[in-house]
Design a protein around this ligand. Structure first.
Ligand code: SF4
Length: 393
């Protein structure tokens, strides 16, 4: 195996390990270390890192675990991921985690934080509100207080008092991580055949369950490998995938999108890893303020962020143009309020600007990909045919 193949293979195993073995092994090396689980989308992992902890992304049970007990905690018709997370908690997969943070994205997630408190999982289960007011003195101050609360809760467990220097060091590591992911996306924009999106997805997802230092070392090797030509270009269209920012589809479905004749050149799968556009920075004596400022001024567009004067539908289409995408694939979890409520807005904008799109819904345990392959395949073919006709007209 080449070094890149080895990384992909390791990441594929880590990304879907429902026992979080790598994170638990890391914690076992030092009694002061803590594990803090967080759910999608975005959580400032550098805060936990500075407190001698590892923030671990929890993305549900996927298609690897039947949901039985989880169904007793939620209506069975809602999105699947929260029930999968309850199942993981009740089955002991999250034992060894010290705390949990549930970022504010929807009412389902809000209830999940309450359920963890009822189940008595971890030393704390925090519903973390993110600012909806984007003025530094209001939303920024509020967000800083939320981060300080996380630090206090960790300190109560391991006694670590976080310094500004420690936070700056952690910010620098995650800035490096985000910068390398951005560089990989930039290479794939023009050379998507050098790294299949399915493989990139596994690499990114593994980064949510392992120390950032190790993940950065892997990303350096990935960048080195795809900086040179590899693979063979194929006759596919380029697409941006939107709507998949929380519950994740099975890997097979992600593979299906590319197998149906597309190159995914941007997306919002695992969006939290790439949430801040550019660097957080720091080094100004108030690192929490730097993280808050990055959130207020450099968050990616998302259905869960209030977009004052900067409409998300315009930002999404700008992104598609920047990536040279031929069309958009709207892929949303079934019953996902934030994703589905925004779709009419996006569709309207696409129609207004003549951008082609296709849409489907999924669950984390969707087992049948054939219909989606046909749908996306027909979409890709129609664009290729249409472009052929336009070129000869
Ligand atoms: S999939 Fe959608 S509705 Fe379900 S928890 Fe996530 S954001 Fe909320």
């Amino acid at each position: 195996m080449t070094p890149l193949e080895e990384i992909i293979s390791t990441c594929r195993q880590l990304a879907f390990d429902l026992n979080f073995s790598r994170a638990k092994a890391w914690k076992a090396q030092d009694p002061q270390r803590v594990l803090v689980g967080f759910t999608p989308i975005y959580f400032p992992r550098e805060v936990v890192h500075a407190a001698k902890g590892l923030a671990v992304g929890i993305l549900g049970a996927g298609d690897r675990k039947p949901i039985i007990k989880g169904d007793a905690y939620y209506q069975s018709y809602i999105c699947h991921m929260p029930r999968g997370i309850v199942e993981l908690a009740l089955d002991g997969n999250l034992d060894g985690f010290d705390g949990f943070v549930f970022p504010s994205i929807c009412d389902v997630m809000r209830n999940l934080s309450g359920m963890f408190q009822l189940m008595g999982k971890g030393r704390f289960a925090k519903y973390m509100d993110f600012p909806q007011n984007f003025r530094a003195e209001i939303g920024g101050a509020f967000y800083k207080a939320e981060m300080e609360d996380v630090l206090r809760r960790i300190e109560a467990i391991n006694g670590v008092q976080v310094t500004a220097d420690a936070l700056d060091r952690s910010i620098a590591l995650y800035d490096r991580n985000r910068a390398m992911l951005a560089a990989i996306y930039d290479i794939r924009q023009d050379h998507p055949w050098r790294l299949a999106y399915e493989d990139l997805y596994c690499i990114m997802r593994a980064g949510l369950v392992m120390p950032v230092e190790e993940h950065n070392a892997m990303l350096e090797q990935v960048l080195e490998a795809i900086g040179r030509e590899r693979g063979v270009p194929e006759d596919r269209i380029k697409v941006v995938v939107a709507g998949a920012f929380c519950e994740q589809p099975p890997l097979g479905l992600i593979k299906t999108i590319e197998a149906a004749g597309c190159y995914v050149v941007d997306d919002d799968f695992l969006l939290g890893s790439r949430w801040i556009e550019g660097a957080v920075g720091g080094g100004n004596g108030d690192p929490l303020a730097a993280i808050a400022d990055a959130y207020l001024t450099r968050s990616v567009q998302s259905s869960v962020v209030y977009d004052v004067g900067n409409p998300k539908e315009k930002r999404l289409l700008d992104l598609a143009r920047r990536r040279g995408a031929d069309g958009l694939v709207f892929a949303a979890p079934s019953f996902c309020d934030p994703a589905l409520l925004d779709q009419p807005l996006y569709f309207h904008q696409c129609e207004k600007e003549g951008v082609r799109y296709v849409q489907f819904q999924y669950n984390e345990n969707t087992g049948q990909f054939k219909v989606i392959k046909e749908q996306v395949g027909a979409f890709a073919d129609s664009i290729k045919l249409w472009e052929g006709e336009a070129a000869t007209a």
